[in-house]
Design a protein around this ligand. Structure first.
Ligand code: SF4
Length: 359
């Protein structure tokens, strides 16, 4: 379906160069010890996304924090008594944590850690899109700025997007969706809803290639294919399981297969190995016809997080000069919180059996 309003297309968001942190064992040990001391002094807890480095994921778990998807990171931070939340991930995750935890200080190792989806959906252009379609309910993915969330009616994560869109469709609503065109198209196919789609994409997931994946699967015919729905339709069509990061980790643990081909950021392998030791994980290919390798299955913005930067930020907080704190104007934060809360209330009601979704 082509939109009546010209959707502002950002053809390609150019990601930054990959700057993965490399540490010797001695450096790692020293940095972790230093960070642990500083975290105690500042009453801080670390929440890390599945796509961050193994070092950050390990540190989060060693210090009583959590490793999870963006929503669970914010939920965990809300329930935890620490006064400071350290969010290792990308900027919209820090913002989501702040939206749900306005009374806490939220800091990040690097505030330049962005996301191609967030960058592809500026708040003013999104507002114009909404204004042009006042008859439609607006649903945005979590990978958006606080200002876009504030303008939207609903915020969804990949794990619950299809259910919420199906519910809204059953209530008779027509929808606007932003910013990920692949996830939007997937949700549209699953729900049958009338949706106008923004044209953003994730540089990591868009790079997976169906033809190369078919060849790899032919070499490993017993492998289950796990695909995140930010991937292109041709790749999703080859999946045994389509799901959010948390759902894909659960699939590796639950399914009897010994081998898995995984189409999402390879940072997730650290948690998958821990969840299912002994299983063999293969990266879905990003090489092949039309390959640009903008990411090579790893997010360059996620890679901006590291132990050195985390230690430096905590050090600066100690000296009262932290520049990496998330601040959101209260009028925007309060509106964004309403859109997120709708999703949380829906999830709770659905879990309690109060919402029935038909076929
Ligand atoms: S992996 Fe994709 S969706 Fe996730 S932060 Fe990176 S660019 Fe954004």
């Amino acid at each position: 379906m082509s939109p009546a309003f010209p959707v502002p297309v950002r053809p390609v968001i150019q990601p930054p160069p990959m700057e993965e942190e490399v540490l010797t064992d001695e450096e790692r040990t020293a940095l972790k010890a230093c960070i642990k001391t500083l975290m105690k002094q500042q009453d801080a807890v670390l929440v890390a996304h599945y796509y961050t480095s193994a070092d950050l994921q390990d540190l989060a778990e060693e210090t009583g924090g959590c490793v999870s998807d963006s929503l669970e990171m914010a939920r965990f931070g809300h329930a935890h008594p620490a006064k400071t939340l350290i969010v290792a991930g990308v900027k919209f995750m820090g913002e989501t944590a702040k939206i749900l935890n306005p009374e806490k200080r939220v800091i990040m190792p690097d505030l330049n850690a962005d996301c191609s989806l967030d960058l592809a959906c500026p708040a003013d252009a999104f507002a114009a899109f909404c204004d042009a379609h006042p008859d439609r309910v607006s649903v945005v993915y979590a990978n958006t700025s606080a200002a876009v969330k504030a303008r939207a009616d609903w915020v969804v994560t990949s794990g619950i997007a299809a259910k919420i869109v199906k519910y809204l469709h059953q209530q008779g609503h027509k929808l606007l969706w932003a910013p990920d065109r692949h996830l939007g198209a997937y949700v549209q196919r699953v729900s049958g809803a009338d949706m106008l789609l923004w044209q953003g994409s994730c540089v990591v997931h868009e790079a997976f290639k169906a033809e190369s994946l078919k060849k790899l699967h032919a070499e490993h015919p017993d492998a289950a294919v796990l695909v995140h729905p930010e991937s292109p339709e041709s790749v999703i069509a080859l999946a045994d399981v389509v799901g959010s990061t948390t759902q894909l980790i659960e699939a590796v643990r639950r399914l009897p297969n010994r081998e898995f081909i995984v189409a999402t950021d390879n940072g997730i392998f650290h948690k998958m190995h821990a969840a299912a030791p002994g299983k063999i994980l293969l990266e879905a290919p990003t090489a092949g016809e039309g390959a640009t390798c903008l990411s090579c299955a790893h997010c360059p913005w996620m890679a901006m997080n590291g132990l050195r930067k985390l230690a430096a930020v905590l050090d600066s907080v100690n000296e009262g000069r932290c520049g990496n704190e998330i601040h959101i104007e209260e009028s925007i934060r309060a509106k964004a919180a309403i859109s997120i809360q709708r999703m949380l209330d829906f999830a709770a009601a659905e879990k309690a059996g109060q919402i029935q979704l038909g076929d």
